[in-house]
Design a protein around this ligand. Structure first.
Ligand code: ADP
Length: 558
């Protein structure tokens, strides 16, 4: 490697000389204006460590060194035409580009690219309009930079909350579009974000623009002379997902096949009444019975929303850091965990759900829900007013009706210099499987000296089991342990037929390799599509373990 000269980025794109990179930056500035191009030249750029002011160029919660996943420069296009021009330029220079919307994908890599030296494309910076909220159709059309706070606040400011609700994830600062393309979840009846999206506008790796579903059918009123991305879309684009012919939207999620520049999202109509609740269960061993009770209720939609069954330490970590409970540096024992539950007036497992609809509907539903969970000895039932100081219950009360917050950031501070990784396997809604996943993940956490912190997020037919691996980001040993736990668990899980729904950039290869049915048939298909759409491999190489033909995947292994 030649020494860095003044103005060079900390990390150049692979195979690109300093001189060529400078030419590239000039050309980029020619597209987007100088103010929208930032080379990452200074160590200070790597000092961002807060969700509220996230880094746009590296992983704030890296388990490896800070430069393992770092952009050479960040560009902020002002409109879709510029996204198209950037894609063409990156093809010309053969420089990889990593699109992101806000970069708050915490626990999964934030804004950081898989290939160090990639150009970061910060779509949210300038492209952040709520293009439309349609009350009758109950949908919104948004650009990448629209956060859950933005969309919710829009409804409040336009006096629309009595008509429409947004579904929000735990933290409201991320983008509606970015979360959906990563197939993230929220907690109202509209909690499966991908299921509730409708219509995408996508820039392909070669710079071409497509609209999916009904968007492919031109609106007869549109100005055919305007740039395609500005043309008035088909009026059914956000009403019917599938259009005609193969349904392509899925290929643009967790993928490296396109940059999504607009997306439709269905909004929930105000149900005309709402009641959140918490049910606490006293014993660790109650898990099996609880999950068996959940299954028929959820599949039958008596549980109307995406409820969560949280381990006590997840709630405890929101209430206080580890030091506030113990001086021990060993994983907490069952007795210690029981004491924490008692102190907080919570159970070992705590279930958060909500009832939607006018009072008579809710009352009937509540009888069924309460009756079912009452079978667990010692179960206790609470409404938010019963525990006004319980910050988790108060926050869930908001989250489950689509009011965003950042309260859940607190649990990351469980350890000093807290950072986290998510290990997120899919589990059947079955007592046996929940208990087996809990036993395995807790055991591995404890082997690494970590406390088990986790939650079961109940989807339509499965549970996203989210294990929150909290580590000290300033302690290399702690980072190493976290890395060991997660990669060991990926392997353990695959051996039992369990797979993860999403992951951190450092684990993408390993997880992709576990989805290897029939001699890696799916990966071969993904690679064929990737190479056809992106022959030079410039868009997000390595994303979700898919390496283009221009890369030697082995030499990029972690
Ligand atoms: P958030 O909006 O929650 O902060 P990010 O912006 O960090 O999420 O996006 C998470 C990941 O989703 C990115 O790393 C990228 O892989 C993918 N992604 C986000 N936005 C887009 C987009 N507009 N087009 C294509 N992929 C995207």
């Amino acid at each position: 490697d030649s020494p860095r000269t003044a103005g060079d980025p900390i990390c150049l794109p692979p195979g690109i000389s300093s001189a060529r990179f400078k030419t590239f930056l000039l050309r980029l500035a020619g597209i987007c204006g100088e103010d929208n191009v930032t080379a990452i030249t200074k160590e200070e750029e790597l000092h961002h460590e807060s969700y509220l002011e996230p880094s746009k160029c590296h992983d704030m919660f890296s388990i490896m060194n800070k430069e393992a996943f770092i952009a050479s420069a960040v560009v902020s296009p002002r409109h879709t035409g510029e996204v198209q021009a950037i894609m063409r330029l990156c093809n010309e220079f053969e420089i990889p580009v990593w699109p992101f919307s806000i970069g708050r994908n915490v626990g999964y890599g934030g804004a950081a690219p898989r290939v160090p030296g990639s150009l970061g494309m910060d779509l949210g910076c300038n492209m952040n309009k709520i293009i439309k909220v349609d009350v009758d159709g109950a949908y919104a059309l948004v650009e990448p930079g629209v956060t859950y706070f933005d969309l919710h606040n829009y409804l409040v400011e336009h006096n629309l909350r009595d008509k429409l609700w947004v579904d929000v994830p735990d933290l409201g600062g991320g983008s509606v579009l970015g979360n959906t393309v990563e197939r993230g979840v929220g907690y109202t009846p509209y909690g499966d974000h991908y299921m509730m999206h409708c219509g995408m506008e996508v820039v392909l790796p070669n710079g071409e623009l497509v609209r999916t579903g009904m968007g492919a059918l031109p609106n007869p009123k549109a100005d055919p002379n305007a740039p395609a991305y500005e043309q008035e879309p088909n009026e059914s684009w956000q009403l019917f997902n599938y259009g005609f012919g193969p349904y392509n939207d899925g290929t643009f999620t967790q993928s490296s096949l396109g940059v999504v520049t607009k997306m439709g999202v269905w909004l929930m109509t105000n149900p005309g009444g709402y009641q959140s609740y918490m049910i606490t269960f006293p014993r660790d061993e109650d898990l099996h019975q609880i999950v068996e009770i959940i299954r028929p209720l959820r599949v039958g939609m008596v549980l109307q929303n995406v409820p969560t069954l949280r381990h006590i330490l997840l709630d405890a970590a929101v209430h206080g850091d580890r030091k506030s409970y113990t001086d021990s540096d060993k994983p907490l024992t069952d007795d210690e965990i029981d004491a924490i539950a008692k102190k907080l007036n919570l159970g070992r497992w705590n279930f958060y759900g909500a009832l939607y609809g006018p009072a008579p509907v809710r009352e009937v539903m509540w009888q069924v829900v309460k009756g079912a969970f009452s079978q667990v000895p010692g179960a206790k039932f609470y409404f938010p007013e019963d525990q006004p100081d319980n910050i988790v219950l108060q926050t869930r009360h908001n989250t489950l009706q689509g009011i965003p917050s950042v309260t859940e950031l607190k649990w990351v501070d469980w350890l000093p210099n807290g950072a986290h990784l998510f290990f997120s396997p899919i589990a059947k809604v079955s007592g046996d499987e929940a208990v087996a996943q809990y036993a395995l993940t807790r055991k591995r956490c404890e082997q690494a000296g970590l406390d088990f912190i986790g939650t079961f997020v109940v989807g339509m037919r499965e549970m996203h089991h989210i294990v929150c691996l909290v580590f000290n980001r300033k302690d290399p040993k702690s980072c190493e342990k976290a890395h060991w736990v997660i990669s060991t668990l990926v392997q353990d899980a695959a051996e039992r037929g369990w797979g993860e729904y999403r992951t951190h950039i450092a684990l993408m290869d390993q997880i992709a390799q576990t989805y290897n049915f029939n001699d890696n048939a799916q990966m071969k298909l993904n690679e064929r599509i990737k190479n056809a759409l992106d022959p030079k491999g410039i868009l997000a190489p390595g994303k979700n373990g898919i390496w283009p033909q221009t890369y030697d995947a082995k030499s990029w292994a972690i």
